[in-house]
Design a protein around this ligand. Structure first.
Ligand SMILES: [Zn+2]
Length: 292
């Protein structure tokens, strides 16, 4: 046995107990949102979507099937386990493929695909074979009423993307917000096309809306739903990151020294802090050190 092999073997052994203790999370799950009788979360891997069951059919959102078409068929099978009503709508939260690729089986089942008009423009240019174009688009707002349920779709400006819509169930006081307000986590690679100044305004608009619980597009810490405090905390995090990078930028430290030096110890307990802070810094360097 050579030395390299022994070191590799030792590393495997050293990590084995940690792996054995990690809880086995099933690949997907469907959970009813507590306190409701018709709002569900379908999770597949680390992505999730809301679906609402009404007496006249189902309103589904994001197929979450990027590179894994089986997620969409599993999603439909999971819906069929809780209702025999048809799927009437499939709503895209924004245009990013990790959330909306894979919608064809929903369309085949008769669902009408709804998205922001800018999402349709973007998708039409890129022609991703796994992502059907929306059948219907919206600009500022649109209300879907189905079987006694009302779902409001609102476009509240630029934030994580230029196509993100907020979905609100006014009776249940529940929001479904994807990617632009992570729950208790440091955002990561998704910062690449983030709009820093406009996002703050957009998040303040979410704070001013009437709701109590927010379903995020990626499970929150401990699978919890978001609160207004989480939204405020994310806004404060972005403002703190922006101020810290602005100071570094004005000392000429963007890109690289800033990516290494900017630290926000107040958030070091948030998941993603170690790996993701560099992406946050890079985006704010784009703003304060470059001008965009
Ligand atoms: Zn996204």
């Amino acid at each position: 046995m050579n030395r390299r092999f022994l070191i590799a073997a030792a590393l495997v052994l050293a990590s084995a107990p940690a792996l054995a203790q990690a809880p086995q999370r099933p690949p997907f799950s469907t959970t009813k949102v507590e306190g409701t009788d018709n709002v569900y979360i379908f999770r597949y891997g680390n992505h999730q979507s809301m679906f609402v069951v009404t007496s006249a059919g189902v309103i589904a959102t994001d197929p979450i099937s990027y590179g894994r078409p089986q997620a969409a068929t599993t999603y439909i099978d999971e819906i069929k386990k809780v209702t025999d009503k048809p799927i009437k709508y499939l709503i895209y939260s924004h245009h990013h493929y990790d959330h909306i690729a894979g919608g064809q089986p929903f369309k085949d089942a008769g669902a009408k695909i709804v998205a922001h008009k800018k999402a349709k423009e973007r998708l039409a240019v890129l022609k991703d074979p796994a992502t059907p174009l929306p059948d219907e688009t919206m600009d500022k707002s649109k209300t879907i009423k189905l079987g006694g349920t009302t779902l409001e779709l609102s476009y509240i400006g630029l934030n994580h993307s230029d196509t993100s819509i907020v979905m609100r169930l006014p009776k249940e006081k529940i929001l479904f917000v994807v990617d632009f307000i992570p729950v208790g986590q440091v955002p990561g690679r998704g910062m690449i096309d983030f709009y820093p100044l406009e996002a703050e305004r957009s998040i303040k608009r979410v704070l001013s809306m009437d709701w109590e619980r927010m379903i995020p597009g990626h499970p929150g810490v401990g699978d919890r739903l978001g609160t207004k405090q989480d939204v405020q905390d994310q806004l404060t995090f972005l403002q703190d990151a922006s101020a810290a990078v602005k100071a570094a930028a004005r000392e000429g430290k963007c890109w690289e020294p800033a990516e290494k030096e900017v630290k926000l110890p107040k958030y070091e307990k948030w998941p993603g802090y170690e790996n993701n802070l560099q992406f946050v810094t890079r985006r704010y360097c784009g703003l304060w050190g470059r001008g965009t």
